[in-house]
Design a protein around this ligand. Structure first.
Ligand code: SD4
Length: 332
């Protein structure tokens, strides 16, 4: 411990002892009490504007001292329930053949995780992911097996797509015969919700849920249900989640990369930026390739970064509720 740290240690150790937070005998066991004092919690961040409502849902748990895991599930269920949302839940756009297929995953402070991919007709994929995590020895279920599992565990079947979504899909199909050969993604048709929370006990959890790339090839699965790509949590370091073109995020194991960059000492924003720079370095053609990451560390520091401008995230703490514009590498 250097001189400065030693002073910090004694200063806060003594304050802690005075306040009764730290027993004098215990103070010697704390390595860096200054860091401990600085932790800001609870805090929740989530991708895009729909994150505002989702954060409110999460805060019903976090604000009362509840656990991050329950908060992120409750939070993103708000977005999954919103039938006006075209990129999350059963209100989402279908695949090329007109079927709505959902991807989601969840991860907690003990590195337990659950994921569901290519799930049809179930309203809350995030809760199916949590049930897989808690009730099975597996991490991920997909397709018909995942749906059967959900039905067995009491989830109801719900019809999709919505009438108006089907109408849009029919119009798209008429105009886009080419897309059957060469699928394209654009930055308006995909807005996954990824959420990260740090609870009052200092534990992290995350959740990610999406209907994926609108009009995707049938069978396509993006990054959102893949632990390490769409979401990663390490309670010793921090958590990250991703939005944007899943294929590019998977190629660099995006969210895991962000967490490892934080482990190496980068701030959440710098870690997101470095991961975005890695995405950029791995792609010759960046046209339409939007990727954004958000990250939250164990001290309640947060940040986000994207390839292109326009990405933002919702933040809620005891003192602040609102949107934060992420920094970006380039403009559209
Ligand atoms: C996917 N990453 O399926 C998702 C889509 C998304 O913001 O995040 N959109 O590739």
């Amino acid at each position: 411990m250097g001189n400065l740290k030693r002073r910090t240690f004694f200063k806060y150790g003594l304050i802690g002892a005075f306040l009764g937070v730290v027993k004098p005998g215990k103070a010697a066991e704390l390595l860096d009490v200054k860091e401990f004092v600085k932790v800001k919690k609870p805090v929740v961040i989530s991708t895009w504007i729909h994150g505002l409502e989702a954060n409110k849902g999460a805060w019903e748990v976090l604000g009362g001292g509840g656990k991050a895991l329950r908060a992120v599930e409750k939070g993103v269920r708000v977005t999954e329930s919103d039938m006006t949302n075209r990129s999350v839940g059963l209100g989402g756009r279908p695949d090329r053949d007109g079927n709505v297929t959902l991807d989601a995953c969840i991860m907690d402070e003990k590195s337990r995780c659950g994921a569901v991919a290519y799930l049809e007709n179930i309203k809350h994929p995030i809760s199916v992911a949590r049930t897989i995590m808690e009730e099975t020895p597996h991490v991920m279920l997909a397709g018909d097996g995942a749906q059967q599992f959900a039905l067995d565990y009491g989830f109801n079947k719900t019809k999709a797509p919505l009438k108006e979504v089907k109408k849009d899909w029919k119009a798209w199909k008429k105009e886009n015969e080419d897309a059957f050969d060469k699928p394209e993604i654009n930055h308006e048709n995909h807005d996954t919700i990824g959420m990260l929370a740090l609870d009052a006990e200092g534990n992290l959890s995350g959740a990610c849920t999406t209907s994926g790339w609108g009009y995707k090839l049938p069978g396509r699965i993006g990054d959102s249900p893949i632990i390490g790509a769409g979401l990663f949590v390490d309670n010793e370091v921090g958590a990250s989640c991703a939005t944007g073109m899943g294929e590019a995020i998977i190629r660099i194991a995006g969210s895991h990369t962000v967490v490892e960059l934080m482990r190496a000492g980068n701030s959440p924003e710098d870690a997101c930026r470095l991961a975005v720079e890695r995405v950029i370095a791995k792609h010759d053609n960046l046209e339409g390739l939007q990727v954004g990451f958000i990250a939250l560390d164990t001290k309640g520091n947060y940040g986000g970064y994207s390839v292109y401008n326009g990405f933002n995230f919702a933040l809620k703490t005891n003192d602040f509720e609102g949107m934060v514009d992420a920094k970006f590498n380039r403009s559209w």
